[in-house]
Write a protein that binds this ligand. Structure first.
Ligand code: GRF
Length: 213
């Protein structure tokens, strides 16, 4: 069984989607720990309800980013994960932390990377007049939202969309996309070699999601 540690800061809907997929599809992997930098992250409660170990490490208690990341790595490593999954973890990571989990740390970003790295992706996509938007799962590299791309889902930007409606549509696509990518990893179908993604499976790695809500 591959061991998955999930890092969150908020509602944890991607975490839920991953846990549900791991159980429903009987993956050779399970979420063994959920770690949050915020004690009020809602995702902690649903993890606890499912009997998953949870940890809170408040970044405000540390002098600097490096000290927090060192403590975070120590906490993660106590759970001996094969894969670290960032699911709405709102922290910029130090290069040392990223290097420690190279090739075994994934992130989901709510845009079609390399467009719209960083925050406010939906507003910026609407303002730019984009006709499609989407989500990207990528291996984490030292540069924020720039790691090698694993999979993408595309959704339409509809006339009359605002940030809220587009965010909802993209998030629904994430809930399909991210579990698929994590599933590939735990089944040994996905790897990072020499900075490039190799994928041995047969499922498409990019696709158009439904229009959703
Ligand atoms: C998602 O939109 C994800 O792409 C971004 O943060 C959000 C997390 O949502 N990184 P949730 O906490 O998984 O519901």
């Amino acid at each position: 069984m591959k061991r998955i540690a999930v890092l969150i800061s908020g509602q944890g809907s991607n975490l839920d989607a991953i846990v549900r997929a791991s159980e429903a599809q009987d993956w050779p992997g399970r979420v063994v720990a959920v770690i949050s930098n915020r004690a009020d992250a809602r995702g902690l409660q649903s993890a606890q309800a499912r009997g998953i170990a949870t940890e809170v490490l408040d970044h405000k208690g540390f002098a600097d980013r490096a000290a927090f990341d060192t403590a975070l790595a120590r906490l993660i490593d106590q759970h001996a994960p094969d894969l670290v999954v960032l699911a709405g973890f709102m922290r910029i990571l130090t290069p040392e932390f990223v290097a420690r989990y190279e090739g075994r740390m994934l992130n989901v970003h709510p845009s079609l990377l390399p467009s719209f790295t960083g925050l406010n992706t939906h507003r910026r996509a609407i303002e730019a007049g984009c006709k499609v938007a989407g989500a990207t799962v990528h291996f984490v590299s030292a540069e924020l939202d720039h790691g090698p791309i694993v999979a993408q889902a595309v959704v339409p930007v509809l006339a009359g969309d605002d940030e809220t409606t587009l965010a909802r549509r993209v998030l629904a696509a994430e809930h399909v996309l991210y579990p698929r990518a994590v599933g590939w990893f735990v089944k040994g179908e996905l790897a990072l070699k020499d900075g490039r993604v190799t994928h041995l499976g047969h499922e498409p790695q990019g696709w158009l999601a439904g229009t959703g809500a």
